[in-house]
Design a protein around this ligand. Structure first.
Ligand SMILES: [Zn+2]
Length: 436
């Protein structure tokens, strides 16, 4: 299941998958190939415009231009437009990565002629007749009908309650392994409406660091999540990627050796990404479960927009860039957010300013008191605490009072717990503090 919040911060959108079987391939193939032709036209026309006029075309220009194309008339108009939109999303994500120093990224490129591109049907592009989805193509063509099992539009929330969703978007994707199409899968996104969140209750704060997440709750509970395995997997992934890029840069693009390496790269990364996602999922699920169990109404996370800006302008230099390039904070936050939402917990990004350079207990600020090996040692009140836990407690204070400095902690610390990844159970388990 996946989540997005395009319209309302508490609107819950969840995606369910339905494998279709290969017998549906011949039904969907023409539409998927047409979508692929539109994609390739986007690449071609963008490059042509750049070559001739030294500027990139806009989304509207390409859409207007393609309206006369044969491929455009295979699909429902919204589905055809969606391909152009995806192309521009890919372009902007490419330039964003370049800006953040990922020079190894390639701009969106041509896809092979027989590539089965994902086709999207927006709200006006399909109808629902009981348990059948009617996916519209262009006006002259017969729509594609897909029968779905009973209860297809019911989504079960973590508390066991089944909610009926309104389908708002349908995608058909090909599952390809080793260049062979193995299956077609229908991704249906349901709108479950705006979820009520608890308006009163406890507050918890999360301090994300590379390899470590610290949590502080209003009850005085402190938690430390050791993510060393996740971090080293991410670093290993970056290393593997760089090695492949380096090897491929010495070959001619599109050559036999190059294509072989490119396939091996995709295979290797897919495998690593699966393991990374599994760990991220387990981590954010644990956060949401702890918050739910402790009656937390607001989960506070550090606001990353400032961090990213400072990384780009070089204000904080290497440290901020490093922080961004290590764990996928955006993705972790998005996951934590939707898992919280499913449990009625609101996630609030909040500024991390001064949280790592002040004492959470007495409120005195002094950057020098953050010692090596991640320990906070306060020369004023004598507090000795793991530095990230100090940061999380400060974030909590900042959320409650607007600032973490010049004020004492309004509650007493309770026990602190340590969690780390357990290979056998595939989740984060509580360990004795000494083990960390
Ligand atoms: Zn102090």
């Amino acid at each position: 299941m996946a989540w997005s919040d395009k319209s309302h911060p508490h609107r819950l959108l969840l995606t369910k998958q339905f494998p279709l079987g290969l017998e549906m391939l011949s039904v969907f193939q023409p539409a998927m190939l047409a979508a692929n032709r539109i994609w390739n036209s986007c690449v071609w026309h963008s490059r042509e415009a750049f070559r001739q006029e030294n500027r990139w075309p806009t989304e509207a220009e390409l859409k207007a231009k393609f309206k006369s194309f044969a491929a455009w008339h295979e699909l429902h108009s919204q589905s055809a437009q969606a391909v152009v939109e995806e192309y521009f999303e890919a372009v902007s994500s490419y330039s964003r990565h370049r800006e953040n120093g990922h020079l190894e990224m390639n701009p969106p490129n041509f896809k092979p002629k027989n590539h089965l591109r994902t086709v999207t049907w927006k709200r006006q592009g399909f109808d629902v007749e009981d348990n059948t989805l009617v996916l519209k193509l262009s006006r002259k063509k017969e729509p594609i009908k897909v029968a779905l099992p009973e209860g297809w539009n019911v989504v079960t929330l973590p508390d066991g309650i089944g909610m009926k969703g309104v389908p708002v978007e349908v995608k058909v994707k090909a599952v390809v392994r080793r260049r062979k199409v193995e299956n077609l899968v229908l991704h249906v996104t349901f709108d479950l409406g705006v979820v009520p969140v608890y308006r009163t209750g406890a507050v918890s704060a999360y301090d994300y660091n590379s390899g470590l997440v610290a949590r502080a709750a209003l009850s005085g509970q402190l938690d430390l999540f050791v993510c060393r395995e996740l971090l080293s997997l991410v670093q290993y992934r970056n290393k593997v990627l760089a090695e492949f890029q380096e090897k491929m840069s010495r070959l001619k693009e599109g050559s036999r050796r190059w294509r072989k390496l490119s396939r091996a790269k995709a295979r290797k990364l897919r495998k690593l990404d699966r393991r990374i996602r599994q760990m991220e999922h387990a981590l954010t699920k644990l956060f949401a479960e702890l918050d739910e169990a402790e009656g937390v109404a607001f989960a506070v996370v550090g606001d990353l927009t400032n961090l990213r800006r400072s990384a780009r302008t070089g204000m904080k230099g290497r440290k901020a860039t490093q922080k961004i390039n290590q764990m996928a904070y955006d993705r972790l936050h998005a996951e934590q957010r939707y898992k919280n939402l499913m449990r009625g917990v609101q996630t609030d990004p909040w500024t991390e300013k001064n949280t790592s350079s002040a004492c959470c207990l007495c409120g005195t600020r002094n950057p020098a008191w953050r010692k090596h090996r991640g320990l906070w040692v306060c020369r004023k009140c004598g507090l000795i605490l793991q530095a990230d836990l100090n940061g999380a407690a400060n974030l909590l204070k900042q959320y409650l009072f607007g600032s973490c400095t010049g004020r004492e902690l309004p509650f007493a610390f309770g026990e602190s717990r340590v969690w780390r990844w357990d290979k056998r159970s595939n989740k984060f388990e509580q360990v004795s503090p000494r083990a960390a």
